[in-house]
Design a protein. Structure first.
Ligand code: JA8
Length: 229
């Protein structure tokens, strides 16, 4: 799977991309991540990509020309057409079913904004998909882009560190309950003991306990997940 990331701050991605799991996936040619600095498409000698908003107001707006030039130029670098995604707090909320859909695609282009956002004509011309990673405002789209890459690549066969298929107990299309609590050694820590049921080897009883815990946790913490579906 190929990712193209358009950003004003490509260096933000270096630490994330050099983590061993992703590095292995890149070396095994399961994943490609190409970083592009939008400033390279600036038309003027000062490399400006932002300007003040018409109508007034605070902050700066990303200019339509360098943004559209960058997106179209990067799109043409591969025969496979990329799904163009702009990270924005006004986009479609990212949930696991959307992650699963994105993981089926051969190529994604992730466009990261900064400042007060893009000139509207970027959206009018490119007609990208707009995705939000959550109801809070980041300083830019880069962390959101890494979130998408991270959530998507763990669904690509062979990318996970272990041989297990990805954990989908919580939030997958089929299961909307939260995970049950897990324990490992020691059996006792500061007077807190591992629940007896997990030690007795009765797997029907263990499954039943875990289902009950999942339901209880979901009711306590995320009642919204039980609403429909
Ligand atoms: C932001 Br600035 C900026 C750009 C993209 C995103 S996505 C999100 N939740 N906040 C802020």
């Amino acid at each position: 799977m190929r990712f193209d990331v358009l950003t004003l701050f490509p260096d933000i991605f270096n630490g994330y991309l050099s983590q061993s799991l992703l590095n292995k996936a890149i070396n095994n040619q399961l994943v490609e991540v190409h970083l592009h600095n939008v400033r390279d498409w600036s038309a003027d000698k000062h490399h400006r990509v932002d300007d003040r908003p018409y109508g007034g107001g605070p902050g700066m707006i990303l200019m339509v020309e360098p943004m559209v030039d960058a997106i179209e130029s990067v799109q043409s670098r591969d025969d496979e057409t990329a799904e163009v995604i702009v990270l924005t707090p006004t986009g479609e909320p990212l949930k696991q079913p959307l992650v699963e859909e994105l993981a089926t695609m051969k190529r994604l282009m992730l466009v990261c904004g900064r400042y007060e956002g893009f000139d509207q004509r970027v959206f009018d011309v490119v007609r990208p998909r707009e995705i939000s990673v959550g109801d809070y405002i980041l300083n830019g789209g880069e962390v959101a882009a890494m979130t998408i890459i991270d959530a998507v690549i763990r669904l690509i066969p062979g990318v996970l560190g272990d041989e297990d298929s990805p954990r989908q107990d919580s939030f997958s299309t089929s299961n909307r309950l939260l995970e049950f609590p897990q324990y490992t050694r020691p059996r006792s820590f500061r007077g807190l003991d591992v629940p007896e049921v997990l030690l007795n080897g009765n797997h029907a009883e263990i499954d039943n306990w875990r289902r009950t815990q999942s339901l209880q946790r979901t009711q306590d913490r995320r009642r919204d997940l039980l609403g429909e579906g």
